[in-house]
Write a protein that binds this ligand. Structure first.
Ligand SMILES: [Zn+2]
Length: 170
């Protein structure tokens, strides 16, 4: 479906991918997140104007709610492919800022053990809800240094808006 939109010159575009929610990766979603993210990058690239793109890997949260390690791992690996794609984009468009974070932790997840040699991990859960556990903020590219440190997550908004006001309004 996404492929048929490849050559659109629409000013704005919305796409509803499913009537309810998309299937999880383990339920056969395939490379939907990667393909739709690549499409969004191409769409904005054709416009040759500054853009803000938000990509959410929403089912990592679902896996935390259901305490499903296989869901969390498969959704994280799916998201990791998207991150790789965006990092490659930033490498050839160095005026781009990439921020990767979570709006919260879900499940109170800890990792009692794992084995790098066998690529296995054991997760322990302390909740089936969102928690206040600190989440990482990874930033890459232009002005990524502005996102170092420990701060309230609402600061991310202010940090982004400061950059937008500084560079986009000119
Ligand atoms: Zn949630």
């Amino acid at each position: 479906m996404v492929e048929s939109l490849d050559e659109t010159d629409a000013e704005r575009l919305g796409y509803f991918a499913a009537k309810g929610s998309l299937p999880k990766k383990l339920e056969g979603r395939g490379a939907y997140l990667l393909n739709s993210s690549a499409f969004a990058l191409d769409f904005f690239e054709r416009k040759k104007t500054p853009f803000f793109l938000m990509i959410e890997a929403a089912n990592i949260d679902s896996g935390g709610h259901s305490n499903s390690t296989s869901t969390i791992v498969s959704e994280m690996l799916d998201f990791d492919e998207v991150i790789g794609k965006i990092i490659a984009y930033v490498d050839v468009n160095p005026n781009t800022l990439l921020i990767i974070t979570a709006d919260h932790e879900t499940g109170g997840v800890s990792i009692p053990q794992g084995d790098i040699a066998t690529s296995t991990v054991e997760l322990a859960y302390h909740s089936d809800d969102h928690t206040g556990i600190m989440v990482p903020v990874f930033a890459y590219g232009a002005h990524s240094g502005d996102f170092r440190g420990v701060y309230e997550n609402t600061e991310i908004y202010h940090k982004i808006m400061k950059l937008v006001m500084e560079f986009h309004q000119k």
